[in-house]
Design a protein around this ligand. Structure first.
Ligand SMILES: [Zn+2]
Length: 294
């Protein structure tokens, strides 16, 4: 282990190159998580509903029943052709196959290589920013979680507890007095509480005034995660940034795509992006802002 750290420390190019390739590989796995986790959750909910209503569970086809994050191997969604290892190399296979399934020639979504690239680029930025450190290691893990959450929320308006809750606990563990990897324990715990509480308060107020539900409980949990990781001090910045980005994208969508104003726009992706930016440059942004006003 210490040999790897030494090697990383001796060559920045080797360090960043390794992280970039790792980012591509994990990005490929993130595609699986983004696609399969919602299917698995829906399957569990159906089973629970049937149990509660004492109904016979509907016959699901076997593929769906046995699906998990590891098996079966990835297939072409159009013709069910099982991908060979060589067709499953991040980005490269997509380029090599010219974006088409080798068997049925149906188009493969550009989303797959894009997510692999986003994963690789974001974690390389994180690695560069934090250097060879424990901060980098955990910040990279959080980056992957945020990418998965962003895409699942975008597709399904859903932020799975299976991702948010473990990362909430992990955030508090990382900041125990012994470790204090990103902040101190008190800031972390208060961050989790206020992160959840602020959005819950907004949600309840909005609901009392308009009778509508403006955001999901997943959003509270996601902000609690970010608060637990980086401390309550970062919450105002994350909320302001996510609201700005959200308003900007919302207005753009309304202008260009006749986006209905009542269409729910998921808030999770904006929180995730704002959280990630704050993780890297939050302190700089805040001190620049304070310097500007004082
Ligand atoms: Zn195919």
């Amino acid at each position: 282990m210490s040999a790897i750290v030494e090697l990383f420390n001796s060559s920045l190019v080797f360090y960043l190159g390794t992280i970039f390739i790792l980012g591509l590989l994990v990005g490929s796995f993130l595609n699986v998580v983004i696609f399969r986790l919602p299917i698995m959750m829906e399957r569990d909910w159906k089973e629970q509903c049937c149990e509660l209503l004492e109904l016979e569970a509907p016959e699901d086809n076997n593929d769906r029943k046995s699906l998990n994050l590891v098996t079966p191997r990835s297939r072409c969604p159009a013709c069910n052709h099982q991908l060979k290892a060589i067709e499953n190399i991040p980005v490269i296979s997509y380029l090599f196959l010219k974006g088409k399934c080798s068997k049925c020639k149906n188009k493969i979504s550009i989303r797959y290589p894009l997510i692999e690239l986003v994963s690789a680029i974001t974690v390389t930025v994180v690695a560069y920013n934090f250097g060879v450190s424990l901060q980098a290691l955990f910040a990279i893990c959080l980056t992957w979680a945020l990418i998965a959450l962003t895409m699942i929320d975008f597709d399904h308006q859903l932020l799975p507890d299976d991702i948010t809750l473990p990362f909430l606990w992990l955030g508090i563990i990382l900041n125990l007095d012994k470790f204090s990897i990103f902040t101190d324990l008190k800031s972390s715990v208060l961050g989790a509480i206020f992160g959840y509480g602020i959005l819950w308060f907004v949600y309840i107020t909005f609901k009392l005034i308009t009778g509508k539900e403006g955001m999901g409980h997943g959003d509270f949990k996601l902000l609690a995660v970010l608060g637990a990781w980086f401390g309550y001090q970062f919450l105002p910045l994350i909320i302001i940034m996510s609201s700005l980005v959200g308003a900007l994208i919302g207005i753009t969508l309304m202008i260009f795509k006749s986006h209905n104003r009542s269409t729910a726009i998921p808030f999770g992706p904006y929180l995730a992006i704002a959280g990630w930016v704050s993780m890297l440059w939050g302190s700089d942004i805040m001190s620049a802002y304070l310097n500007a006003v004082i």
